[in-house]
Write a protein that binds this ligand. Sequence first.
Ligand SMILES: Cc1ncc(COP(=O)(O)O)c(C=O)c1O
Length: 381
Amino acid sequence: MKLFDVYPINPINIVKGVGSLVYDDKGTEYLDLYGGHAVISIGHTNPHYVKRLEDQLHRIGFYSNSVEIPLQAELATKLGHVSGKEDYQLFLCNSGAEANENALKLASFHNGKKKIIAFRKSFHGRTSLAVAATDNPKIVAPVNETDNIIFLPWNDEAALEQAFSVNEISSVIIEGIQGVGGINVASESFLQKIRSLCDTHNAVFIADSVQCGYGRTGKFFSHDFAGVNADIYTMAKGMGNGFPIGGIIISPKIQPSYGMLGTTFGGNHLACAAGLAVLEVIEQENLVQNAGEVGNYLISELKKFEQVKEVRGRGLMIGIDLPEELAHARKELLNKHHIFTGEAKPNVIRLLPALNLTKAHADRFLEAFSTVLNHSTVIHS
Ligand SMILES: Cc1ncc(COP(=O)(O)O)c(C=O)c1O
């Protein structure tokens, strides 16, 4: 059997990782500013994380949601404390798409309505409703197509008001900072407007925090910058530092009932141990603060490069928008300087490193980036 070939991959075999460094099978060291797509939140092979998972594996790895799993309540308490949303309720699943799928479905159960507002360039995942709310026709199969989704322009308050006035809106789903869409920050007034329109029209405000959440921006949820609460926050990626775990936290105004949501794997013992280890490290090592500080340092330094079109983002979620003639920069960073970064079309370099990235590692990147840009000036002048 061969693999179903859907990923355009780099021919690099990563066999080891420590903190923000990874190593290939030939022993080459790479600086990881991609974090395996914003997943590695506390660094590779963090000792506390490894020990907690190892200990749990020796006790029990899995049992289903038909029995008590006290680790789930422990995780809910810890997440409430670290995120500041203490009165919310936690439902655990396995991925970001699943988190959004559950959030959209729950909103509709709650208010009995069908229409969903999503935004241009959004990415919410690949399951049926999540992908329908994703603004990329290429990944929407005919069976996923629905007229229940209304796509609106980004940060456009007038269009938002208009959509509410003519439609029965069940929910609004929005990334605090669009990731796949190219690191676009939702304005604070836009998020405030969503809050007030959802209140007026009995709609559910869903904050997709799968990529921009979990401390990455210097606040636990990037939507928190607007000073308003969403009704549901969805999360995954950084939650398990590589162990598959996702979840939604739900405002107390939405009531559960037996059978409303469910999953086989979600909230298993091993996943909860991973989730707890991540939050313990985030809390003990003040990683939300570190992400804010090191990230904002990077952003301000990156803004000094004249060749860069625009630097967008917050904390350690950074988009470096490059002109066409610098489209090769990302490949060069990887192949010559051994630095992993992410990308967004057409020419945005995305930085999504671990939240404990050091200033020294940030400087190592800035130096390499400077070399790449200066070298390019010579070639193109
Ligand atoms: C904002 C956002 N939502 C949802 C998802 C889907 O998450 P997953 O790939 O875990 O299903 C992603 C993945 O990139 C994402 O960036």
